[in-house]
Design a protein around this ligand. Structure first.
Ligand code: CU
Length: 319
């Protein structure tokens, strides 16, 4: 324990749950998140579908899909990515707060995901997509309220082409569902949006694992994946950072890992699994993580194991 705590940063930033923010703090985060979607791209000069600063992040996540999901690096890679996004909000959009997270187990325990305050049109991210009456592909179902419904914020990649290389302009959209298909009118069945996949019972099972690989597999495969699936629309495909809630969702996934780690020296160094989905190349804590053009130097897993060591200095309001 001594070795792990000796390098602790002295004044960690506190990432709060969205509901803990004041209305002013919420508005400031939403402002900065919109700002990043309005700035021009700084990377990927040769890729036409990438036009905004946010697209730089979306394209990176999309193009690396199979290298960063269902492989060992899932958790450290997304820890790095959420931090990079938070840094860009600060350096390029004047954000003066801290990355918030979304503890969706609160909605799950209440079986009330469709009415989450995060979908509030004024103090949140807007709600479910709605039919627009348009015949134009990509514009038939759109989020129509909240700060991201602005038509100036049309998106260049992803929906409705899902996992095809995307260059089709579309509106920001969500398609809430319970994973049960459509009703007799053709509308998606919402139900309780599969709350049993991400409630506190599931999280306690995850916290109970002894090994990193077991904990990480269930965290990624169950609550993490289901949140993407039940919100759907832009949250569904590999271009999911198009959905602004992506960063609050992954803040919570990161919090779950950090909570599991505690300040336990063994767990802060526990990293295992495979670099590839075929499970051929064993993962090492000294692996460099792929980032394409998004940043100048490839981050090393070792530096992203501890949220209060190395390049990181933050904590969560509830651990
Ligand atoms: Cu991801």
């Amino acid at each position: 324990m001594a070795a792990a705590t000796s390098a602790l940063c002295s004044n960690p930033a506190v990432r709060k749950e969205w509901r803990e923010l004041t209305d002013t703090e919420k508005a400031e985060y939403l402002r900065a998140a919109v700002c990043l979607r309005e700035l021009p791209k700084a990377k990927y000069a040769e890729i036409d579908a990438v036009t905004t600063r946010m697209d730089d992040l979306v394209y990176t996540h999309y193009a690396l899909n199979t290298e960063i999901h269902f492989v060992a690096t899932f958790l450290p890679w997304h820890r790095w990515y959420v931090k990079l996004h938070e840094d860009l909000l600060r350096t390029e959009c004047g954000f003066n707060g801290t990355q918030p997270y979304w503890d969706w187990s609160i909605e799950a325990d209440a079986k009330d995901m469709p009415n989450s305050p995060l979908f509030d049109p004024v103090t949140g991210f807007g709600g479910n997509g709605k039919s627009t009456g348009s015949n134009e592909p990509g514009f038939q179902r759109c989020v129509v309220d909240g700060p991201f419904a602005n038509t100036n914020l049309t998106l260049g990649m992803g929906w409705p082409n899902l996992n095809d290389p995307g260059d089709r302009l579309h509106c920001f959209t969500r398609a809430f569902n319970g994973g049960e298909g459509n009703d007799e009118n053709g509308d998606l069945i919402i139900g309780d949006m599969q709350s049993s996949a991400y409630n506190s019972k599931v999280m306690n099972t995850i916290y109970g694992f002894e090994k990193f690989s077991e904990m990480a597999n269930m965290l990624e495969g169950l609550p993490h994946a289901q949140i993407h699936s039940i919100i759907f629309g832009d949250m569904g495909p590999a271009t999911s950072p198009n959905e602004p809630l992506f960063f609050l969702h992954h803040g919570n996934v990161d919090r779950a890992w950090a909570k599991w780690q505690g300040r336990n020296a063994t767990r802060l160094a526990d990293y295992s699994g495979f670099q590839d989905r075929n499970k051929v190349i064993a993962a090492s804590i000294n692996d460099a993580m792929p980032i394409l053009e998004l940043d100048d130097t490839e981050p090393i897993v070792r530096d992203y194991m501890d949220i209060q060591g190395g390049p990181l200095c933050y904590t969560y309001s509830s651990m």
